[in-house]
Design a protein around this ligand. Structure first.
Ligand SMILES: NC(=O)c1ccc[n+]([C@@H]2O[C@H](COP(=O)([O-])OP(=O)(O)OC[C@H]3O[C@@H](n4cnc5c(N)ncnc54)[C@H](OP(=O)(O)O)[C@@H]3O)[C@@H](O)[C@H]2O)c1
Length: 314
């Protein structure tokens, strides 16, 4: 795997390099807002059929209408998916497979950050459920159509926050309110995204599946993800005071797009912005922290995720 990437030596890539995506089927989770919305806009403009997997059908429909205003020919389908519910994930995967033979690009993008302690209907902590376990289950359930799609890609959306993670499997298995920290749990879920990416790539290679697992992070972009950072008025202040500095959601989406379509990308590549320590800039190959390459932890996380979600790859 690509542990020794020097981003400065990597070739440049621009949105114009995207090429036609016509004939490709794409699923983007959390496509009604932020990076997911921008990715749906860009990939549908390039000709792909995009399934916008949203927990709110009305928000999804509104987002679809907005994209259609710019691009009336866009092939966009809204489907309901709540990543905090294993039943909803099963329903989504079942309906997708009834309606589609193939899945060329799965962007596991939806996420929440620094939310208060809350257990989902399946007993999972909500950030870990949304950001990691839900996407793990979704990928396992869609593997049948991924395998049928030559050169398919599964893209996890991680974060620079993964670098400060201290992931313990106990906290996924038995989350406790006493030891809960909203930021640490978010960081841990983002490390889990990378551990899953690299283990999934090893799985593809071991089973000779013609597919790639990749990851991306946006640096920092002003989206609704910051809603739990403070009171509504302080978040509003933050947005207006730093609007000149913080990249837009579209700029933040570029590493996701590059991971999804760059023809020179390889399995286990991780893309992020080039400048300011990965905060903003052009999408380039970047380096995950050494923790993300812990193969023992990755394997244990995979096995625990299978057990908890009861969604198995083999
Ligand atoms: N923005 C950044 O600076 C930044 C930095 C690092 C990493 N990221 C990562 O980028 C990804 C996208 O975030 P964003 O910045 O675009 O935030 P966003 O604007 O808040 O979008 C998040 C999306 O996820 C959806 N979502 C949340 N919970 C869900 C659930 N249970 N089931 C299905 N969908 C759910 C949201 O739906 P609703 O609209 O219904 O809430 C929304 O569509 C996340 O994985 C985040 O961790 C973002």
């Amino acid at each position: 795997l690509n542990e020794d990437i020097n981003p400065l030596k990597m070739e440049k890539w621009r949105l114009n390099d995207i090429g036609s995506q016509s004939g490709k089927s794409v699923v983007i989770t959390g496509a009604n807002s932020g990076l997911g919305y921008e990715s749906a806009k860009i990939l549908s403009r390039a000709g792909a059929k995009v399934v916008m997997a949203c927990r709110s059908l009305s928000k999804g429909e509104k987002a679809r209408e907005s994209i259609l205003q710019h691009n009336p020919g866009a092939d966009l389908v809204i489907m309901e998916l709540d990543l905090t519910s294993l039943q909803s994930i099963r329903n989504f995967a079942g309906h997708y497979k009834e309606q589609n033979q193939k899945l060329h690009i799965l962007i596991n993008n939806a996420g929440i950050m620094m939310t208060p302690f809350h257990l989902t209907e399946d007993g999972f902590e909500q950030q870990m459920a949304t950001n990691h376990l839900g996407h793990f289950a979704l990928t396992a359930l869609l593997m049948e159509v991924i395998k049928k799609s030559s050169g398919a890609r599964v893209v996890q959306v991680s974060s620079m926050a993964h670098k400060v993670a201290k992931l313990s499997l106990d906290e996924i298995h038995s989350p406790q309110p006493e030891s809960f920290s909203p930021f640490r749990t978010y960081a841990n879920s983002k490390l889990a995204n990378l551990l899953f990416t690299f283990e999934l790539q090893r799985y593809f290679e071991k089973h000779k599946i013609d597919a790639m697992a990749l990851a991306a992070h946006p640096g920092f972009a002003f989206t609704n993800i910051i809603r739990y950072l403070g009171s509504p008025s302080s978040v509003k202040f933050l947005k207006s005071a730093f609007a000149w500095l913080i990249p837009t959601a579209q700029q933040g989406a570029l590493p996701l797009i590059r991971a999804s379509v760059d023809e020179n990308a390889r399995g286990a590549d991780y893309f992020g912005p080039s400048n300011w320590g990965g905060f903003r800039g052009k999408p380039v190959r970047t380096k995950a922290s050494s923790k993300a390459f812990d193969e023992v932890l990755a394997r244990q996380l995979w096995e625990l995720s299978e057990k908890l979600t009861r969604c198995y790859f083999d």
